[in-house]
Ligand binder design. Sequence first.
Ligand code: PLP
Length: 376
Amino acid sequence: MKKELLQTPTMIIDKKVMMDNLRLSQQAADKSSKQLWPMIKTHKSIGIAKIQKELGACGFLTGTLDECEALCKEGLDNLMYAYPVADRQACKRVIDIAAKCSFIIRLDSFAGAEMLNEMAKEVGTKIQYTVILDSGGHRFGHEPDKIVEFADSLKSMEALVFMGISTHPGHVYACTGPEELDEYIKGENKAIEEAAANLRNAGYQLDIISTGSTPTFEGEAEMAQVNIVHPGAYVFNDCMQKAFKGIDYDRCALSVYTTVISNPRPGVYICDAGSKCLGLDKGAHGNTSISGHGYIKDHPELEIFSLSEEVGKIKIREGMSGNIKVGDRFEIIPNHACSAANLTSYYFMAEGDEIIGTLRTDMRSNSTFKGLSRSQ
Ligand SMILES: Cc1ncc(COP(=O)(O)O)c(C=O)c1O
């Protein structure tokens, strides 16, 4: 089927670009003997997770327990959940997942760990965990000089098995261009080296030292201590990766296909893709390096200057000229692919102008009604 026959708005993946993105990162990880456990919250698709595995991914990092459960059900193993749990419902889900597949949780609070330990003890099981290192993001975790103290506090919890440390340099999203990336990578590496040395000096064996983000991926592949890397956005790339990492738009695999549906006044064109397709992200941490609400492929002269829920306003950038009319169709690369992908229930796969298949985003939270059982 030809792309032009699709209804708009809809989400398209350029298959070749996605496969190249996946292969390149897998090759880089293999070359430096790191295991690639991609963060799958970007695509939330079992189909893409299977492709990542076929290409060599050794495990998966997930952003929700729904994603863990979905991967586990498909027989995809070596799952790490990125965040701690702190209520009985989530602890039970963790224990159920760990009974079915090889699973690791990340912990950073005594209270959450204690609850998980007690519940795991009750059913006679053990849960593997890594301690979250704060490598500069100041979200989760413990700084290198405090990490031994926290690890020690969990030592007596006999149902919890210490595996190592994990971190995510999310603060890198505050950087304003590729020339700043090195500083973030150096800071992240220093925190990892210090935390690992402090824990080893205190007698801990570190089977896992894991970290990851797409902007810092190439640097992480070279980090001597790290053995598992977790990029997520690399599968699609987006305007944020273009701004921070300097990648070209032709390495962006995900786009929203849209039609110009109105030209209500001179200079203003309205397309049928709004914030419910593109998301409202303009970059994390107050970053202002992105202008507009996405990049219209092959049309640098056009700017999406405003979004409402179902439609977007387009204009020709000042000082540039262009030709745009009602009925035109465009592909918009989202600012943040992870947020945009979470807004669709399926992707069309394209090879050039040909649509060759579909893939579902079948791991979205609450996308499957589970009735009352979830709250029992
Ligand atoms: C804990 C964690 N690890 C890894 C990633 C992947 O980072 P990126 O999307 O930059 O590839 C994320 C993304 O938010 C994350 O939260």
